[in-house]
Structures are given as C-alpha cells and as structure tokens.
Design a protein around this ligand. Structure first.
Ligand code: AMP
Ligand code: DBH
Length: 542
C-alpha cells in the first residue's frame, strides 16, 4: 500500500493474517491456481454474437499474453487503467491481465459519460482507458477521443471491437510472458479502485487490496455455498461491486465455477440463459427482482437450475421478498453491501421470516459493527442509529482523499456507512434508512451534489437542490427543485436535456424538475432537504 490509500494499522493487519483472513495470495496467483486445478472447465461464457466459452486454461493464457502486451506498451505496476466495458468476456481478460502486472483497473460503469470518465481519468492520472466500440446505441470511441484530449496522462485507448482512431484491444501485441520477468504485485498491494456511489460533488475512489478482496470472496463463497459446480449469471453491470464480489463473478472464479455473462437484465434475455446454461445463482437489484418474479410464472423456460437469488443494492421490501420463493422456486438471499467493504447476507439456512425481514449478518466474525447516535455514542441494543463498521475487508480511507476521510471515518478507523440500521436479537441487520445525502434509485446511487453542480452551470439557474421522491418501482426517484434567475425561463425537459448533454450518466438526470421561488430553510438557514423531500412526496396538485 502507498500513501495514496490509508492502510490498516499493523496490529490489525497482523491479526487478519494470523487468523487466516489474509493469505498473501494475489488475483494473478488465484487464477493460475484455478487454471492448474481445472484447466478444461469453463470459466467464462459470453453468449453475445459468436458464443464464446473460455476454459480456466484459456482465460489464464489470455490474461498472461495480454499482461505481456500491456507491459510491452509501457503499462506497469501501480499504473491506473480506467476499464469501462459492458458484460463481455474481454472484461475478465483485461482485468486479470492488469491484476497480474499490478496495474490497477478503475471500474467505471457503461452508463458513465464524459463528466464521470473525464474525472476518473484525470483524478486517477490514468495511463489507459479500455472501452467497447458501441453499446446500447452509444459510441464510446467518441467519448474516449474527448476524454483523451483533456487528460495529459492518458496515453492509450484500447477498444474491444472496431477501434476507429484508437487501438484495438486485439492489436495489443500478445507475447508469451517470462515468469518473473517483471515486477509482480504483492497481495498487500492495491488490486483496483472501485467506485463509491458517494454523497459529494465528485465520486470517491475505493482502494481494495488483493488480500482483503479475496478474503471477502472466500467468505461470500462459503455463505452462498459456491463451488466448482456453481454457475453465476452476471446480470448487473459486471464492474459493479455486487455482481463482481457478492459472490459475483470473481467469487465464482475463485470457487472454480462458471461465469455466464448476461447482455441485459430483462427476463427475455436472462431466462433462456438460465435454462440453457444451467445457472444456479445470480444477483439482482430490487426493481429487477420484482420484474423477474412477475415474469417467472409465465415463462416457457425451465428455471429449475436456479437455487439462489441474491437481492441487494437497495432495500427489498418484505412484500416483494415474500414473492421470490413461490414464483422462482429458489432461496432468496438478501445482501446489504458496499464497495467500501462490509457485506451482510441472510444465510441459506435462515428461517423464511429472517430471510424476508432482515438484511442478514456480516461475512466475517472480525467485522465490527457499531450503531451510534448523532454524538457517536452506542444506542441501546435494538434501536436504530448510524451504522459504523471496521474489519478485514473494509477500507480505512478513500484513495487520495485525506480531507474527506476525516469525515467518513472515525479516529479509530470505523467507516461511517451513512446508513441507519438496527440489529435484531439474533444479530441480524435491518436497514432502516439513510443519513447521507445520497439518492438510491433502484440500487443506482446518486450524489445530489454532483447533479446540482451540473445544473448550476445552466445560465438560467440561480439555485438548485436535488432530493429523492418515493417511487413504487425504483424505490426512489430524483427531483430537482430549481430557483430561476430573475426573468429567466426554462422548461423541465430543456433542463433535463442540458444535464444529459453536459455528459452526466443518464440515471443521474432528474426524473422530475420543479421550479420554486425559495427553498425551505433549516433553523440555521441551510436549505432543508428534509422539507423538500416531504413536499416532493406529496401527491401532485390537481
Ligand atoms: P456504495 O457505497 O456506492 O457501494 O453503496 C452502498 C450503499 O448501498 C449502502 O451503504 C446502502 O446505502 C445501499 N445498500 C446496499 N445494499 C442494500 C440493501 N440490501 N438494503 C438497503 N440499502 C442497501
Ligand atoms: O450497493 C452496493 O454497493 C452493494 C450491494 C450488495 C455491494 O457493493 C455489494 C452487495 O457487494
């Protein structure tokens, strides 16, 4: 670890190693070991276009050869590489090649646009950016051209597909690597930078080590009963922490199982794959779980192989949770997790009431949980309060963010999750709400401040405040309350277009725009988001 990322204190690190949580293994070594153990078993299946099935042996060889190519191109240990790929097999080839040489993937989502990508590239001082040519009607090559022009450190853009003016990933020289012929990473090094949903103007980067992340994968695998016969369907964007690690694609590879990539989340896309590939487990956000439970009773496809459905990313209502078993005939596993670390699961053998009414228990006996009041004092057990956590796979600070870390972590290293939770007598967590200024739109996290900063750039806008509005389907939608400059005119649609054209991910474009003359104020004269939320939640005027 470096000064960029606060490390665990030596006594904690020593304990996590002594307890066997951190085993000194890197992702590169993990894949090599699986390739030796299961050379001919399938690791990755990509059904798009010409169906591709890569064995562990092939994935390992591909990662090796691309790693050599990256080294040849001048990318090496500690370099940051922004990876923005849809659910395609190359995602794994690229990230394992980077893991192997100790270069750090920065996991962007396909939905991100110029504002987010430009920021990830400049803030992380990325040397390369990996994209697909087109996906869902969007041309990432144009985005890359613009980002490259504004990012001095960015030397390479690699494209999966037709490269346009950039370099095709397939044209990166593939060479046999000489083992030991390069500077190999240590297990205590950073493996990648994950993204935080965030509550500030710019997203925070989350530094995860080989040691800590692999521990969370092994722990998740045990809890989710993953083994070499498990078949995990990646429905959510592959780079997101949930489908990546809970237990996700990386957990599956760690178990020697098979990862099947789903090009989109709709039942029409996913159900044939479940039937055809014998998918045993997958993970969804609550709105998608609702869609699947509605579609399942009428599907012609046999979903009998599916044993476990993980649902998380946002609160899953008890009512919706109860529908999972009757409609999909599988066990629901609620998962409450965060890219910063802590992941909590209901157990497969928990009774049905616990499964539908709680968000489970943390992975590790070494996960420390505190529920505190506004003064950081422990609440009476069972009462709701701020959830703080510390443990063997929860970061001690964001990447290059010392000022922010002072607010987000206690002096003794607990992460302030920003969630309001309580514990049941059985030790299960129930998420009751949120204290952080963040909107959770069906599992997609939005930092209001980031959206507000973009809207403030509109010439007609004097002030703006973005808040959540309850929604039956997505849980929460976004509403922008706007005060216009004197004499200015603006229509909601025009403002929404402005936000989109500014280069912000589409899911952050306000669902609703309301024009007002003043904002309600708190006692100390700040904008009262709580009052705005209450107003937004009222039924619309007749
Ligand atoms: P992030 O920090 O962007 O990875 O997002 C993690 C946040 O998602 C958590 O702190 C929670 O606010 C929210 N979250 C994740 N899973 C759940 C869940 N099962 N129930 C309620 N909130 C969740
Ligand atoms: O929302 C999340 O970030 C999340 C949800 C479930 C997560 O990171 C995870 C499981 O690992």
């Amino acid at each position: 670890m470096t000064a960029d990322a606060p490390a665990w204190p030596a006594d904690f690190a020593g304990h996590y190693r002594a307890a066997g949580y951190w085993r000194g293994e890197t992702f590169g070594q993990m894949l090599r070991a699986r390739a030796e153990q299961y050379p001919d078993r399938f690791a990755v299946v990509d059904p798009a276009g010409d169906l591709r099935r890569w064995t562990y042996g092939e994935l390992d060889r591909r990662a090796d050869r691309l790693a050599a190519g990256f080294l040849h191109t001048g990318i090496g240990r500690g370099d940051r590489v922004v990876v923005q790929l849809p659910n395609v097999a190359e995602f794994f080839e690229v990230v394992f090649a980077l893991f192997r040489i100790g270069a750090l993937p920065v996991f962007a989502l396909p939905a991100h646009r110029e504002i987010e990508i430009g920021y990830f590239c400049s803030f992380s001082e990325a040397v390369a950016y990996v994209i697909s040519d087109r996906h869902e009607g969007f041309d990432y090559r144009d985005l890359a051209t613009r980002v490259k022009a504004q990012t001095p450190t960015l030397r390479h853009v690699f494209v999966v597909g037709e490269p346009g003016e950039h370099t095709a990933l397939s044209a990166v020289p593939r060479e046999p690597v000489r083992p030991g012929g390069y500077d190999e990473p240590q297990a205590s090094d950073l493996a990648f930078l994950q993204l935080s949903g965030g509550s500030t103007g710019v997203p925070k980067l989350i530094p995860r080590t080989h040691d800590d992340y692999l521990y969370s994968l092994r722990g998740s695998n045990e809890i989710c009963a993953m083994d070499e016969n498990s078949v995990y369907l990646v429905v959510l964007p592959a780079a997101h922490n949930f489908p990546l690690s809970s237990p996700g694609s990386l957990g599956t590879l760690c178990a020697g199982g098979r990862v099947v990539l789903c090009p989109g989340p709709a039942p029409e896309t996913a159900f044939p794959l479940i039937a055809g590939e014998g998918v045993t487990i997958t993970g969804l956000v609550p709105p998608l779980a609702l869609v699947w439970t509605q579609a399942a009773p009428n599907t012609p496809y046999d979903l009998g192989s599916l044993k476990v459905l993980l649902v998380g990313g946002a609160k899953f209502s008890e009512e919706a949770a109860r529908r999972v078993r009757p409609t999909l005939d599988c066990t629901l596993q609620q998962v409450f997790g965060m890219a910063e670390g802590l992941v909590s699961y209901t157990r497969l053998d928990d009774d049905e009431e616990t499964i539908v009414t709680t968000q489970g228990r943390p992975i590790s006996p070494a996960d420390e949980i505190r529920i505190v009041d506004d003064e950081d004092k422990d609440v009476i057990p069972g009462e709701a309060g701020h959830l703080l956590t510390r443990g063997p796979y929860t970061i001690r600070g964001y990447w290059r963010a010392p000022e922010h870390n002072v607010r987000s972590f206690t002096l003794d290293g607990f992460y302030r999750t920003g969630d309001i939770a309580r514990t049941t007598p059985s030790g299960h967590l129930v998420v009751e709400g949120r204290a952080k200024d963040q909107i959770n739109r069906g599992g997609e996290k939005i930092a209001p401040e980031e959206v507000e900063n973009v809207i403030l750039g509109h010439a007609a806008v004097h002030d703006v405040s973005v808040v959540s509005v309850p929604d039956d389907y997505l849980g929460e939608l976004t509403c922008a309350y706007v005060i216009l400059r004197e004499g200015a005119e603006l229509r909601p649609a025009a403002l929404r277009r402005f936000v989109r054209e500014s280069g912000l991910a589409a899911y952050k474009v306000p669902d609703r725009v309301e024009f007002v003359d003043v904002f309600p104020a708190t006692g100390v004269g700040k904008v009262s988001k709580r009052d705005l939320r209450n107003t937004a939640a009222q039924p619309a005027h007749p």
